[in-house]
Design a protein around this ligand. Structure first.
Ligand SMILES: NC(=O)c1ccc[n+]([C@@H]2O[C@H](COP(=O)([O-])OP(=O)(O)OC[C@H]3O[C@@H](n4cnc5c(N)ncnc54)[C@H](OP(=O)(O)O)[C@@H]3O)[C@@H](O)[C@H]2O)c1
Length: 362
């Protein structure tokens, strides 16, 4: 029997893969977010997604969940090309697909990982599987922009967010905290910026002056009319990692980001001992932060006296025993921190929120 996939509309099924994949946001570490669906008679019969770093890949999990016998016309959809090499103990997903008997695979985009890129598709085709790709490539690439950035640029995707008044002020004249954005802008940036990045990063001066929480805090009822959190909200409602650039370790111990339960989700980046003399005060501060569960990491300073960004990115994208790495950072400020990222040519997207009115916070 001849069977062609070309005339079918694959788009909604790839969209569903992306929606499923997004449940893994914040949990997949340096891995991509991937969703998979199995379609029979134009209906999805099984769904799966890559749930967290180290767990089964989406397509392997889907096949494991499949208790029904695979039929000749069944179609597997995945938003990213399946892997074709053994990673640590995880066998290639292409093997699982071939063994499952699935004969039609539709892929959103090629895997930018040079170990895979095109080879996964080639393996499937060599084994008599019909493969169609790319479907909704731009959407798939944008969705996994963190992973793509890591593969292509060896660093996370970086979004810079800035709020300023019509007159260009980002804080009070004396540097004091200023409420610039309105409720709708705040809702938007919590939903579309804070919740969509693996980490939120600020310079220590922002912590000293603003004492921010650096969390996403939205409920459906707080969103403007017609909007809802809906699909894609972080699966376990976990917060992004909070990162504070603080070479001299002058973060106040009273700061919200290092107090109580918040401390465990915060990383303070400081200079290395050999860069310059580390004072007894700083050593004590480091100990106190670590006792609270704050992750304190040391990065060398470059000749200009700021962190060597490639070193910072290396630390942030290298998984360890209790850290799975990350692929996206939202840089929230302040001015010196924005400048450091600009100078390092490490900005992929800039978002500027313009506030209408100025109002100082006492
Ligand atoms: N409107 C907005 O969107 C917005 C957002 C955030 C903050 N703000 C405002 O911005 C002001 C703070 O901005 P700011 O420019 O003074 O300070 P900042 O950027 O918050 O912090 C600067 C400090 O952080 C450390 N740091 C930052 N980047 C570094 C790097 N690449 N390498 C090494 N150290 C680095 C340095 O600490 P050391 O000085 O210890 O070396 C640096 O002096 C506050 O008034 C705040 O209210 C506004």
């Amino acid at each position: 029997m001849s069977f062609t996939l070309v005339a079918l509309d694959h788009t909604p099924f790839i969209h569903r893969c992306i929606a499923l994949a997004e449940y893994g946001c914040g949990h997949t570490g340096i891995n991509p977010m991937v969703g998979a669906v199995l379609v029979r008679d134009e209906k999805i019969i099984i769904e799966a997604f890559h749930e967290e770093f180290g767990s089964l890949h989406a397509e392997a999990l889907l096949i494991k969940k499949c208790v029904q016998k695979i039929q000749q016309e069944d179609r597997l959809y995945i938003n990213l090309e399946p892997c074709c090499y053994t990673e640590k103990k995880t066998p290639p997903c292409t093997d699982a697909i071939i063994k499952s008997g699935i004969k039609h695979v539709i892929v959103g985009m090629l895997d930018p990982n040079p170990q895979v890129s095109g080879k996964g598709i080639e393996q499937l085709r060599k084994n008599g599987i019909e493969v169609i790709f790319p479907i909704e490539r731009a959407r798939c690439v944008w969705f996994n922009r963190g992973f793509v950035s890591l593969m292509v640029k060896s660093r996370p995707w970086i979004t810079m967010k800035k709020a300023q008044t019509w007159s260009g002020a980002i804080a009070g004249e004396d540097g004091s905290k200023m409420k610039i954005t309105n409720t709708e802008q705040d809702a938007w940036s919590h939903q579309y910026l804070r919740s969509k990045h693996d980490a939120i990063l600020v310079g220590v001066e922002t912590v000293v002056t603003d004492d921010p929480l650096l969390t996403f805090r939205m409920k459906n009822e707080e969103l403007p009319a017609g909007r809802s959190i809906g699909e894609g909200w972080r699966m376990k409602n976990e917060q992004p990692l909070r990162i504070v650039l603080d070479p001299q370790l002058r973060i106040p111990l009273t700061a919200k980001v290092v107090s109580g339960e918040m401390a465990k989700g915060t990383m303070v980046v400081t200079k290395q001992a050999e860069d310059t003399e580390v004072t007894e005060e700083a050593k004590e501060q480091m100990e106190k932060l670590r006792e609270r569960g704050v992750r304190v990491v040391s990065i060398p300073l470059n000749d200009a006296g700021v962190f060597a960004m490639q070193e910072l990115f290396h630390v942030l994208t290298t998984p360890t025993k209790d850290f799975h790495g990350l692929t996206s950072i939202l840089v929230e400020g302040g001015r010196k921190t924005w400048e450091a990222f600009r100078k390092a040519n490490a900005v992929d997207c800039e978002v500027m929120l313009i506030g209408k009115k100025q109002s100082h916070i006492a």
